[in-house]
Design a protein around this ligand. Structure first.
Ligand code: ADP
Ligand code: MG
Length: 238
C-alpha cells in the first residue's frame, strides 16, 4: 500500500505501557490529527513514527516497506516540535539549511529551497536574524520552514501552535491548511485542541491511555462518537 501503516505498536517505558496495540493506516497526502488528553501518548506515537524512538513491539511500514529498524534520517519524514527546537546561535537562513548541508542536495538547490520556503512562509525579511530576535509566530514559521526545505513525504507536527497566543493560533491554522493544500504532503498533527483537529484534519485519531478510542472524519466523530469520552472530547452532544 502507499502511505504509512502502523501494526500493533506497543511502547513501554520501564514497566509502564504507554502505547498499547495501536494499528492505523494513513494515506499519502492525508491530514491526520492525533488528539487526546495530556499524557495519552500522542508525542510518543509521533516519535515512534518519526523513528526518534523504537517501539517495544509491532512494526511500521512506509509504502509497503518495513521501516521499523530504519533511522529517522532515512524515513523521508520531517518533524516540527512544539518548542521549535531552533539553533539559537545560527541565523534563520542557517537554521533552514542545517541538516541539508551534509546531504547530496546541491548548494544551489538548497538556496532555491530556502528562498521558496521563506517566500511561502513570509520570513524572507528575517533570514539574517537569529531566533532570539523573532516573535513566537515567526519562530514557528522557521521551524515549519526547516521541515519544508527537506521536501519530506510526510510532516509530523507536535502541537506546533500551542505556544502561540490565541489570535495567532487561528491565523497559523489557516496557513497550515493552505500549506497542506499546496504541498500535498501527508501531515500528522498532534494537538490537544479539538477545534484545531476539527478544522484541519481529514481524519482524527482519538487516543486515551495509549489506545485508539476512535478514528474517523471530523463529521463522523461528531455525529457518531463511539463513546462518551470521544463525544466529550470532540464537543459533540452526548
Ligand atoms: P502526550 O504527548 O499525549 O501528552 P506523551 O506521549 O508525552 O503524552 O507521554 C505519554 C506517557 O508516557 C506519559 O505518561 C509520559 O509520562 C510517559 N513518557 C513519555 N516519554 C517518556 C520517557 N522518555 N520515559 C518515561 N516515560 C515517558
Ligand atoms: Mg505531547
Amino acid at each position: 500500500m502507499s502511505g504509512l501503516e502502523l501494526r500493533n505498536i506497543v511502547k513501554n517505558f520501564g514497566a509502564v505501557e504507554v502505547i498499547r496495540d495501536v494499528s492505523l493506516e494513513i494515506n499519502d497526502g492525508e491530514f491526520v490529527a492525533f488528539v487526546g488528553p495530556s499524557g495519552c501518548g500522542k508525542s510518543t506515537l509521533l516519535r515512534l513514527i518519526a523513528g526518534l524512538d523504537k517501539p517495544t513491539g509491532g512494526s511500521i511500514a512506509i509504502d509497503g516497506n518495513d521501516v521499523t529498524a530504519i533511522s529517522a534520517a532515512d524515513r523521508g519524514l520531517a518533524m516540527v516540535f512544539q518548542s521549535y527546537a531552533l539553533y539559537p546561535h545560527m541565523s534563520v537562513r542557517e537554521n533552514l539549511a542545517f541538516g541539508l548541508e551534509n546531504t547530496k542536495v546541491a548548494k544551489a538547490e538548497i538556496e532555491a529551497r530556502i528562498m521558496d520556503a521563506a517566500r511561502m512562509l513570509e520570513i524572507e525579511p528575517f533570514l539574517q536574524r537569529r531566533p532570539g530576535q523573532l516573535s513566537g509566530g515567526q519562530r514557528q514559521r522557521v521551524a515549519i520552514g526547516r521541515a519544508i526545505v527537506r521536501r519530506p513525504d510526510a510532516f509530523l507536527l507536535d502541537e506546533p501552535l500551542s505556544n502561540l497566543d490565541a489570535e495567532l493560533r487561528v491565523s497559523m491554522r489557516a496557513e497550515l491548511a493552505a500549506l497542506h493544500a499546496r504541498l500535498k504532503a501527508t501531515m500528522i498533527y498532534v494537538t490537544h485542541d479539538q477545534v484545531e483537529a476539527m478544522t484541519l484534519a481529514d481524519r482524527i485519531v482519538v487516543l486515551r491511555g495509549g489506545r485508539i478510542e476512535q478514528v474517523g472524519t471530523p463529521l463522523e466523530l461528531y455525529n457518531k462518537p463511539a463513546n462518551r469520552f470521544v463525544a466529550g472530547f470532540i464537543g459533540a452532544p452526548h
